[in-house]
Design a protein around this ligand. Sequence first.
Ligand code: HEM
Length: 128
Amino acid sequence: MSEPISLYDKIGGAEKVRQLVEAFYPRVQAHPLLKPLFPEDIEPVMEKQYLFLTQFLGGPPLYTEKRGHPMLRARHLPFPITPARANAWLQCMEQALNEVGITGPERDAIWGRLVIAAHHMVNQPEPF
Ligand code: HEM
């Protein structure tokens, strides 16, 4: 029996993941709630996200090869991630998915997984 086709392959592989990352971070950098958390030089962050999303979507395990176990919640602990920031992250991602034309059942599957991941990163309550 042949391997099932991954989400990564269905959306167009490396080129589409690159496009998604490139559509996402300018929005993050322009968002008032997210901008303060990120370094001015966003290139290294984009590269890490490219490696991660590649494996998250079922492509080659680039992130683990280069950076070890993702442990993403732990890696995000130094940053105050409130529910509003998780929603802002998702809003930027929704717009990026639209921009690069990821649609249909692949879009729904990716979105469902990203919503879970984003809420999992929340490590601070909303400030009063
Ligand atoms: C790194 C913010 C959700 C994947 C980071 C960094 C920040 C951040 C500030 C560090 C940037 C730096 O290197 O200086 C957020 C916020 C989120 C969020 C506010 C809202 C929920 C997510 C989600 C994913 C993700 C849902 C995956 C689907 C990553 C990856 C890195 C990273 C792969 C690089 C980790 C490393 O290797 O150091 N994020 N993030 N993030 N984020 Fe997020």
